[in-house]
Write a protein that binds this ligand. Structure first.
Ligand SMILES: *[C@@H]1O[C@H](CO)[C@@H](O)[C@H](O)[C@H]1NC(C)=O
Length: 265
């Protein structure tokens, strides 16, 4: 009888062992993991935990999140009150320097960063807009030094003329996910690398930057006829596979209309 019990127990034990489901571990190299997974220490790993940690670490409203070519950017996370006019920013001392008050924008919207960048680097601003997408349809900009209008050059995403440093990259508005569109500044363009990309700087997108001097590296695709298309998805470098997790199914749907350039001469 004792033996029978023992055999029974052994059988039970071996059965339960065989029932343990071993999750198949997929070995990977850079860019090889499909879906919502990234290559971590040689194995495809779910983005879930990485994304949750990143979301939990978002800096509070007003915190400096980076600085691109001497222009700092701030978090707009949990914007305290969208309609508060106290958040309207005017350029300090602009009445004395330019003889007129220069409006920068509402802290810390995407448009406010773009205007600040153009004011700091070009002493210029683009016309009034209610939301970022409208920038793509403006005709002129204005220089505070010369008091003259400047032309804006527009390039549709897919144009053969690549974006340049200082260009405004404009996102189309979409009623559900991007009701205002979006604007970012082009910091640099790298077309000939194995990982073609543009580095951009922006406010009010992820609320935190991927690096100190740029917010994201977007994938650049060069077509058969030299047309340049900028994707709303990050370019993934082998050393930073985890950044893949910052784009989601929703954010990846943002459509880039093109780039806007200040015609300085
Ligand atoms: C901007 O204006 C200031 C004040 O007039 C001037 O010192 C500076 O050189 C100007 N910068 C550019 C890029 O025009």
């Amino acid at each position: 009888m004792k033996y029978i019990v023992l055999i029974f127990l052994l059988q039970l034990f071996s059965l339960s062992l065989s029932e343990v489901v071993v999750t198949p571990k997929i070995q990977c190299r850079a860019q090889e993991c499909e879906g919502d997974n990234f290559c971590f220490q040689g194995y495809c790993t779910s983005c879930e935990i990485t994304r949750r940690q990143w979301n939990q670490g978002k800096p509070l409203w007003g915190t400096k999140v980076g600085e691109a070519i001497k222009v700092p950017a701030y978090s707009n996370f949990g914007d305290p009150n969208v309609l508060d006019t106290k958040k309207d920013e005017f350029l300090e001392d602009s009445k004395r320097i330019f003889g007129e008050e220069v409006y920068v924008g509402q802290k810390y919207q995407c448009v406010q960063f773009a205007r600040r960048f153009w004011i700091v680097h070009y002493n210029s601003t683009f016309g009034s807009v209610n939301y970022a997408e409208q920038i793509f349809y403006l005709q002129q900009a204005y220089n505070f030094n010369t008091k003259q209008s400047l032309q804006l050059k527009k390039f549709q995403n897919g144009d053969i003329h690549p974006p340049q440093q200082g260009d405004l990259l404009i996102w189309k508005k979409d009623e559900e996910e991007f009701p205002y569109g979006h604007v970012a500044i082009v910091i640099s363009v790298e077309m000939e690398s194995s990982y073609p990309h543009v580095l951009i700087a922006e406010q009010n997108y992820d609320q935190s930057w991927d690096a100190r001097s740029f917010s994201r590296a977007l994938r650049l695709i060069k077509g058969e006829n030299n047309e340049i298309t900028i994707s709303n998805n990050r370019q993934i470098f082998p050393t930073r596979e985890d950044l893949k997790c910052r784009d989601t199914e929703v954010t990846s749907q943002g459509v880039i209309l093109g780039w806007v350039r200040l015609n300085i001469q």
